[in-house]
Write a protein that binds this ligand. Sequence first.
Ligand code: G16
Length: 542
Amino acid sequence: MKSNYFNNVVNSEYSRKNDGHIEYGTAGFRTKSDILEHVLYRMGLLAVLRSKAKKAAIGLMITASHNLEPDNGIKLIDSAGEMLEVSWEMIATNLANTLDSDLISMLVHISTKENIDLSVPATVIIGRDTRKSSPILLKAALAGIKALNGHVIDLGLVTTPQLHYIVVCTNTDGAYGDPTLQGYYSKLAAVFKSIRGTEINNGKYISELQLDAANGVGAIAAREFQRYLKDVLDIKLFNDGSGDLNHMCGADYVKVQQTLPLNIPSEKSVRYVSIDGDADRVVYFYIDGNNKFHLLDGDRIATLVAAYFKELLETSGLSLQLGLVQTAYANGGSTDYISNILKVPVACVPTGVKHLHKKALEFDIGVYFEANGHGTVIFKNTTKEAIKNQIKNEMLSTTQRVASSKLRDVIDLINETVGDALSDMLLVETILHAKGWNVIEWEKSYNDLPNKQLKVRVKDRNIITTTNAERHCLTPVCLQEEIDKIVLKYSRGRAFVRPSGTEDIVRVYAECESSSDVNKLAMEVASLVYRLADGVGPEPSL
Ligand code: G16
């Protein structure tokens, strides 16, 4: 009897304490931390079932990433180190919202429908960020895992991408790397140093950067990299955990506000880097001689990386398909550059790295980045084989051999499981070093269109529905028609709206040719959302 197996799951300490509906959103469950305990308990139970279903270890990360300190959340990491399979997101949502009295029958239903062999052992690898609420939520998740006799590997404080990495290393018996934090640091640091050692740099590149760690768990990882890389890269650390998490600092703040984070000394032409609260996003920026702020976001990183791979492929003589995946937030300037200058195929998918990752798998080498700095590069196994075989080819010229070897090595610098701010940063540093570029040289490749993001509070954000990779709004009726009318007034204008899957707000994005008009365009669209979608609080105004 399956129900006997679930006899121990009823636990009054983790009963459902509020009636609000909660959804597995863009990146898991995310809301105020004080209403999450029963969700964490239930996700502990679900992680055990998922592990049995996949006959492999599953990851469970406690974080609300870029959100402010009062929020927290949880995301499950699938057996190949990628985000949870989309069909299980609905299962997670149903389990999180079920009545306490229906908990056992829901678990029986899941295990029957998914044909889960309950006798298979389960392993859950668990990690958490530095939020004050994380230890209590950890306790709840552990209780859930233990109620179903799952084996726990508790990594303690880790960045989200470190957990993804350790899951894949565990499930590949170490083929992807040693499944420990030390294994992660030493793999990335060793390849970073070895690539650097093969290049004599005569250009404008300087081996020094200033890193804003958002006062999050990324500061711990950054300190480790400081230690591992001290001979080759000088990382100066700010917002290292002593201040408030993501408060006026971190990648999301810098990207959306397009300004310097708190506590960073304002120095001209210095390479600054910001990561977010769980270190899965990264953006670069600098201040020019006129004190003007310049952002080099996920689009810039994607184009830098795609151009680098394109060059290596051409030089090595390998014929492999390179592709780039973006979302609606990608700046029109970047998309034009990728299509018309780089001539690399580019696809657009809905927000959420899970969508980008899936699309990128279609290419031999898939580069994917959200404009907010969340992204990575993935390689088909056949691609890795082709590169290895190419190196063995005795007919290769020295130039072809050097380029092929560089391709092989740089793959090891990349965390292919998910966007990893620190691995991405090391990749950017490697490319800038190879090219002898400073940030100004990097920025020269194309011009961004001026752009603006706003948040609008509405009664129920889910009344906004979208299609065509979120670029077109279906409901409320008339909203899209009205947006179109506004956008038409602005040269190279573009705007879209979508409900956030991580915050209780509607996001508005706008771009156009004129930097003096872009705020007006964004504000006009925000007011429209406020009026047609039941805005709450004061109406947005300039
Ligand atoms: C998460 C997702 C990202 C997404 C971001 C914002 O990032 O992993 O793919 O772009 O949320 O999503 P939304 O606009 O739906 O709120 P993070 O860094 O917060 O985990």
